[in-house]
Design a binder for this molecule. Structure first.
Ligand SMILES: O=C1C[C@@](O)(C(=O)O)C[C@@H](O)[C@@H]1O
Length: 681
């Protein structure tokens, strides 16, 4: 299923609080996709530094080692909470449920974070005393996806709604809808709402929907104890008498802002004009409360459907495969996009995959993009075009079109060669040139060109600032050669980005929490700095402490990010090998070509060791080589106790990132991986 990108919600509130003040952020991934914008900062948050104590059920000791594996730390079983001292921060501890029951309540909460791990096959519900007294709760089953669920759970905070998590990569919104607002939750006991909603926070649900009618103390208490979850204030009016221009509407909005990262107001309307009144309300509150949280508002019923196409924040959608719609008038993402396209609000644009003759051997991308656009109701065209590798790059010819909607470059092209002799690129932005993300500044390689809306286009609209008539767009032919009849609009601009480093981060954190890499040592192999740069930047984002390099000189901008030591002699290699697990290499990334696979295999052997030899830490190996090779360094790595990942993983994550950057939509990694003709794991 394909869905719109969620909005980040870290904004100041009208009550003056800057949100969110993360208190239980064990290991958040701060690389959040943004709607209509591109986040340029890269560092992943360090998260909670307290000792993680896993409370395990009878016969479930293994879950402690799995937690340790995901956190990249060793583990030990402790007798009870009292014996645990702060010095044990670098170790994951396990306490049995039985002894936790007598010691959890009196633990030092500043020094340790307690996670109640419960295998649901042993029965439900989990021990309610432990659920209430632990900071987080991890429900699990022994499935294929289990480890990945755990990595996601830890990466967000520590918590999850197990079954839903196993079925979607998207963030979850947890709702307790009251009887007055079309739900089943009784309204006579607000404490019950607190109990359920707080449990969702403990499970690490990303968004908690809190109805605004709830007593202020309950809303405030949830807001203050929100952990790393985001609070969405919810208001639904089914009376049919609600009026957007009323003082009441404004007061509901103001009240909602008090304890929320997002304000949601949904009403039933009777008159089509109420849609225009809602749009007026939207613009008015944006002007009057510029620092208020993002506002999500739609009118229900068929009469209100158009408001679902105007709303740009957390638009509730249905899907054709769902048995019923959740509210009158709900539309699918494809229906909303198709409606926008037919109203000229989502103009058809041409999106390119710009490749070289040698990158043609890879999986054909056109059918994949066409499928995505089709499924999402996007009117865009996608074409793979080939560029010359010798002489002028001619990439600008594809971009300098009226209906240019963005491109990916495979292989990536250095920023310097893109700008070389390009009057088109240098004239952008009134002569200041394209906008660069921090990643491009540091890596120097561009693999994604994103169209940025000009000032004339509607805020939050699709990443395009083309004229609004789709018919006009049809005038330009879309063939294998660029069509320069209509040049790129002067009001628009381009953003140069790099999606590959995010693909690498996502691969490295697929089964491990980002904090597993914090302060650790890496080895990077590449035959030149350009090939190594994305991996180095990914390691910088993961806050790796030291990098040993093989085969290239680290670019100065990246060399400042960590300690760098080239392996230039056998002695330096031996020294690194002799280090203990803490200082020795934890992660190996090879960007060498397939023809160098024996060398890679040799290094993997050198730094590997049978699992469990000196500690329980499992190291990580990522091979970015593509194409046929002699020997498989990945297989060697696995034999040597590494968790091994290959280029197919990184390519799928990078493609998901590219789609997000180009059309602002989330395509799940698993979908990309399956459509590339391979199994998921
Ligand atoms: O808040 C909302 C939005 C909604 O009411 C809609 O109109 O799409 C549907 C509800 O299920 C959800 O909780």
């Amino acid at each position: 299923m394909l869905t719109q990108v969620p909005m980040p919600v870290h904004r100041p509130n009208t009550n003056g609080n800057v949100t969110p003040n993360v208190s239980m952020d064990l290991d958040s991934k701060a690389v959040t996709p943004t709607a209509g914008g591109v986040k340029t900062s890269s560092r992943l948050r360090r998260g909670d530094t307290r000792t993680a104590v896993i409370v395990y059920g009878p016969g479930q000791e293994k879950i402690v080692s799995t937690f340790a594996d995901v956190l990249g730390k060793p583990f030990r079983l402790a007798d009870n909470f009292q014996g645990i001292v702060t010095a044990e921060q670098e170790i994951v501890l396990g306490v049995s449920a039985e002894s936790a029951r007598v010691s959890v309540a009196t633990r030092d909460r500043k020094a340790m974070v307690a996670i109640h791990a419960h295998n649901v096959d042993l029965g439900m519900p989990p021990d309610t005393y432990l659920s209430a007294h632990c900071d987080y709760e991890f429900l699990y089953t022994e499935t294929l996806f289990f480890r990945r669920d755990l990595a996601r759970f830890i990466s967000f905070t520590l918590g999850q709604i197990m079954l839903l998590r196993q079925r979607t990569e998207l963030p979850i919104i947890y709702t307790t809808r009251c009887t007055r607002e079309n739900g089943r939750f009784p309204m006579d006991n607000p404490e019950l709402f607190y109990e359920y909603l707080y449990r969702a926070i403990q499970w690490g649900v990303e968004y908690i929907d809190v109805e605004v009618w709830l007593p202020e103390e309950i809303r405030q208490k949830l807001y203050e104890n929100r952990g790393n979850s985001h609070i969405m204030s919810a208001f639904h009016d089914f009376s049919g008498n609600f009026k957007w221009p009323s003082a009441y509407a404004q007061s509901v909005f103001v009240e909602s802002c008090k304890y929320a990262h997002i304000v949601k107001m949904i009403t039933v309307i009777n008159d089509h004009n109420d849609n225009f009144e809602l749009e007026y309300f939207r613009s008015k509150i944006r002007a009057e409360y510029p620092t208020s949280p993002p506002f999500s508002a739609v009118n229900m019923g068929e009469t209100g459907q158009i408001s679902r196409t105007f709303n740009k924040v957390f638009t509730p959608i249905t899907h054709p495969l769902l048995p019923i719609i959740a509210a009158p008038g709900q539309m699918s993402a494809a229906e909303i996009n198709a409606a926008l396209a037919s109203l000229g609000q989502l103009p058809k644009s041409n999106i390119y995959g710009i490749i070289t003759s040698s990158s043609r051997i890879q999986v054909p991308h056109a059918p994949f993009y066409e499928k995505c656009f089709n499924e999402l109701g996007l009117p865009h065209h996608f074409a793979v075009v080939e560029r010359q590798t010798k002489g002028p790059l001619s990439i600008e010819a594809w971009c300098n079109q009226r209906s240019f909607g963005g491109a990916y470059l495979n292989p990536a092209v250095s920023f310097t060669s893109l700008m070389h002799h390009s009057t088109f690129f240098s004239k952008l932005n009134n002569g200041t040139g394209p906008t660069l993300t921090e990643a491009v500044h540091m890596i120097g390689m561009v693999d994604t060109i994103v169209v940025q809306s000009g000032p004339t286009s509607s805020p939050g609209s699709a990443p395009s600032s083309m004229p609004s008539s789709p018919n006009r767009r049809n005038e330009s032919s879309f063939g294998p050669t660029p069509n320069n009849t209509y040049g790129f609009p002067a009001s628009s601009s381009l953003l140069f980005d790099n999606a590959s480093w995010r693909g690498i981060v996502s691969t490295l954190t697929r089964d491990l929490a980002p904090s597993a890499y914090f302060g650790r040592t890496a080895v990077v192999l590449a035959s030149n700095a350009d090939d190594a740069a994305s991996a180095l930047y990914a390691l910088k984002a993961l806050r790796v402490g030291k990098v040993y390099t093989v085969g290239f000189k680290t670019p100065p901008a990246l060399a400042r990010s960590f300690e760098v030591e080239p392996f230039n002699s056998l002695e330096s290699l031996q020294r690194a090998r002799a280090m203990g697990d803490d200082a020795g290499p934890f992660v190996l990334v090879s960007a060498l070509g397939p023809e160098k696979s024996s060398l890679v295999g040799m290094l993997v052997r050198l730094f590997g060791g049978a699992r469990g030899s000196s500690s329980q830490i499992r190291k990580v190996f990522l091979d970015l080589a593509d194409g046929p090779r002699k020997g498989d360094p990945g297989a060697i790595a696995e034999q040597c106790g590494f968790a091994a990942y290959g280029v197919a993983d990184t390519t799928a994550f990078t493609t998901a990132e590219t789609v997000r950057l180009l059309v602002g939509q989330n395509v799940p990694y698993s979908f990309v991986r399956l459509t590339s003709g391979k199994g998921m794991f």
